[in-house]
Every structure is written in C-alpha cells, then in structure tokens.
Design a protein around this ligand. Structure first.
Ligand SMILES: C[S@@+](CC[C@H](N)C(=O)[O-])C[C@H]1O[C@@H](n2cnc3c(N)ncnc32)[C@H](O)[C@@H]1O
Length: 191
C-alpha cells in the first residue's frame, strides 16, 4: 500500500497524484472543516476584514471543489456538518457534479450526513445502503463496495479514513493543516 501525508493547507496544496503512481485519484472521500474557524481563515485570504456573520461559506466550498476537481477522476463522498447541506449541494452543482444521494443517519451520540456525487449521470454504487450499513464506520463500508485503488482525503484529521484504507489496502493521500492532528495520523502510518 502506498501512502502520502502532508501537514499543509488543502486549499493551496498542490496535490500530486504521481506520488501514488496514478494519473488522477480514483475517489475523494473527505470530511471538510465546518466550523467558523476555517471559514474565518479562508475569508482572511479572500475577503479580509469581514466579520464572522458575514463570512461566505459558499466561496470556501467552491474554491475547494474547483481546486480538487482537476486531481480526481470525478467521484466523491463528502461528509457534512449538519447545517451545510444546501451549501454543499449548491457548490457541487456549480462545479458540474451530479448529486446522487444525500444521507442522514442517527447513531447514539448524534447525526451524521454525507453526500455522494460524481461527474457522470449514473451512480456507480448504492451509496445509501453502504452509508447506513457502515454506521460510524461508513468510510470502511463504502470503500469495501467502491473498491478504489486510491483515495485523496484533503482534510484527514486524526486519520479515520486512513485507518479504513490501511485495512483494505487502498493507497491513501492525505492533507491536514493542524500540526497536532497531522502527528496523530502520521503516527498511524509510521508505527
Ligand atoms: C471534520 S475534521 C476531519 C475529521 C477526519 N475525518 C478524522 O478522521 O479525524 C476537518 C479537519 O480539517 C482540518 N483543516 C482545517 N482547515 C484545513 C485546511 N485549510 N487544510 C487542511 N486541513 C484543514 C482540521 O484541522 C480538521 O482536522
């Protein structure tokens, strides 16, 4: 299994699929940051001086999708913060994705949501079954069905998606901005 991990900013990172010896990544599976902190950071770069309530989450999503789209074959799952569904769907459509399914599931501690979209007209797998079956380990259930050779995860956090890839021998390319979180993911790889 090939792995690449970077402690970097995904919005400006130059993704390099060649590190996994592929032309483009088969699949994007990620859980972007949904808090004001991230939006604030993004807007400092694009619209400096704005207050929190004026921040534009849509432009963050569109910037992210536009940036990542040239590196992936066109199929993706994005896990979502609860309140962001309309913005995520809007951004995906503006970036020419077909949104196939948006799933919400409840588990003991709360709710999780995810969207499956691609750039072809037909979905290639039954996303809702996989997501519901997977529970809090939805990524594992989905990768077992999709069987990508590799995935890119621009917001890897503490490595939940990496763990699933390791288990299934899927090549993994991850980026994480926080030093502390990066270290946790990296130690899963290097120990
Ligand atoms: C919702 S969490 C991801 C959770 C992840 N699936 C896990 O297993 O931990 C979003 C992550 O994005 C990171 N992040 C925020 N802004 C970022 C940026 N510009 N580039 C890369 N990572 C970023 C945060 O530090 C956070 O760890």
């Amino acid at each position: 299994m090939r792995t690449a991990m970077f402690n970097d900013d995904a919005l400006t990172h130059t993704f390099n699929p060649n590190l996994l010896a592929v032309e483009k990544f088969d699949f994007l599976y990620t859980d972007p940051p949904w808090g004001q902190g991230m939006i604030k950071w993004f807007n400092r770069l694009t619209e400096p001086g704005k207050k929190n309530k004026e921040l534009n989450f849509d432009s963050f999503l569109i910037h992210f999708l536009t940036n990542i789209s040239s590196f992936i074959k066109g199929e993706l799952v994005i896990e979502m913060g609860n309140n962001w569904t309309p913005q995520v769907i809007n951004a995906l459509r503006l970036c020419d994705y077909t949104v196939h399914e948006v799933i919400t599931q409840k588990y003991n501690k709360g709710t999780s949501k995810a969207v499956y979209a691609n750039r072809q007209s037909l979905p290639s797998f039954n996303f809702s079954d996989a997501y519901m079956k997977g529970g809090q380990k939805a990524v594992l259930a989905i990768l077992e069905i999709v069987k990508p050779r590799n995935i890119v995860d621009p917001f890897m956090g503490v490595g939940r998606n990496y763990k699933a890839c390791k288990k299934l021998n899927v090549d993994y390319y991850g980026v994480e901005l926080s030093k502390e979180r990066f270290k946790k993911s990296y130690s899963l790889w290097r120990t």
